[in-house]
Write a protein that binds this ligand. Structure first.
Ligand SMILES: *Cc1c(COP(=O)(O)O)cnc(C)c1O
Length: 372
């Protein structure tokens, strides 16, 4: 075997030895999927499918180029206007994915001399964005506003202070204390970046997100990013903020400048799904009825479930192999849940990550619970 293949094989064996081996799985159609982030059941909705068929003739299949060359189409502008209105900001920029949004945004706004204060459980795309930037990174304890303030105070900052946090944390489902975080940002003249990936469509009035949930008004020093791939049930991402911010990003963000814009078809799907997400309150109502049913029933069954007021629930199993065995047992019975292991979560805290969706009945939820 060549040296390189040898290296690949050894690395994979090491992963297997640690019980951390991963594989992609194609789910059969009749499976109960309690792992996806399709909180409102929008990814398969027939209304948008039919509307797409009716409009297909006027939509290009691909965008053709980056947004700055010739890839910026009318439908993307419409989507950006909708999102700016939805998030109540002056302007919006739609980009390829949430990963690209965070990596490009952070690299673009953080300069040499700046200090980024980042929650220890922030999403990997935020961590990678910080790595790509020339700013200094300071990690604060998870959702710990005292630790954040202590650190903001103690660092001598030549440039700007930037605080970054998930609105709803993707692995634990807990909500960042933005009411307190924004106070600190205002007090120390810091920019606040909130990742609204898991809160858009779920929290706040009409699903506007975590900032709205706390009643925080958009401001010059607040940047909201989010993805169109979770509750929106499509693909792509957005950054909402001031007109100046968007103008700056169009000129500076490498994951906008050096990548092809999203397909007009994808943007059409995002826009139509967003309209449903905003207007069809029954979806959010059913989502939270399901969440509350799950929590109540799991208590009755004596299951130790962590619940923080969002549709992301966790069942800590501990050992890496045990969590995989349980996941596989559920899969055999036609139920899919996420098994989350290190390095995504700290060692010894491997867990089932269960996401609730409006598309399920109480009976579906009982089927899952009786298997745990
Ligand atoms: C999923 C997720 C992303 C990445 O979004 P994609 O559109 O899937 O690339 C970014 N941040 C958080 C908090 C996420 O959960």
């Amino acid at each position: 075997m060549s040296n390189f293949s040898d290296f690949l094989k050894k690395s994979i064996d090491e992963i297997k030895d640690k019980g951390l081996y991963r594989q992609r799985i194609i789910l059969s159609e009749n499976i109960l999927d309690f792992a996806s982030n399709d909180y409102l059941g929008l990814k398969d909705n027939n209304y948008t499918k039919e509307k797409l068929c009716k409009n297909i003739d006027r939509l290009s299949l691909g965008s053709g180029a980056s947004a700055l060359i010739s890839g910026y189409h009318h439908i993307q502008k419409e989507l950006e206007e909708f999102l700016a209105d939805f998030k109540q900001t002056e302007d919006c920029l739609v980009v390829g994915s949430g990963y690209m949004a965070n990596v490009g945004l952070i690299q673009a706004i953080a300069q040499d001399g700046d200090v980024i204060f980042s929650d220890e459980l922030n999403h990997a795309s935020i961590i990678d964005g910080i790595k790509l930037s020339k700013a200094k990174k300071v990690i604060y304890k998870h959702c710990d506003v005292e630790d954040l303030e202590r650190k903001i105070k103690s660092y001598n900052v030549r440039g700007r202070r930037i605080v970054i946090t998930d609105g709803v944390f993707s692995m634990d489902g807990d909500i960042a204390p933005l009411d307190k975080i924004i106070e600190i940002c205002n007090r120390y003249d810091a920019v606040l970046v909130v990742d609204e990936a898991h809160s858009t469509g779920v929290l706040g009035k009409e699903g506007r997100g975590t900032l709205n949930f706390f009643g925080i008004k958009p401001a010059e020093n607040i940047i909201q990013m989010g993805t169109l791939s979770k509750a929106v049930g499509s693909y792509g991402a957005f950054i909402c903020g001031s007109k100046l911010l968007i103008e700056y990003l169009v000129n500076k963000m490498r994951s906008v400048i050096f990548t092809t814009a999203l397909s007009p078809i994808q943007n059409f799907i995002s826009l139509e799904n967003l309209k449903l997400l905003k207007d069809e309150e029954f979806r959010r109502k059913k989502l939270f009825e399901n969440v509350e049913f799950f929590v109540k029933k799991s208590k009755q069954l004596g299951l130790n479930i962590n619940y923080h007021g969002t549709p992301i629930l966790t069942y800590i199993v501990g050992d890496e192999r045990k969590v995989i065995n349980l996941r596989n047992k559920l899969l055999e019975k036609g139920i899919f849940v996420g098994a989350v292991r290190p390095p995504t979560v700290p060692p010894g805290t491997s867990r089932l990550r269960i996401t609730i969706s409006s598309k399920y009945s109480f009976k579906d939820i009982e089927t899952l619970l009786f298997m745990l």
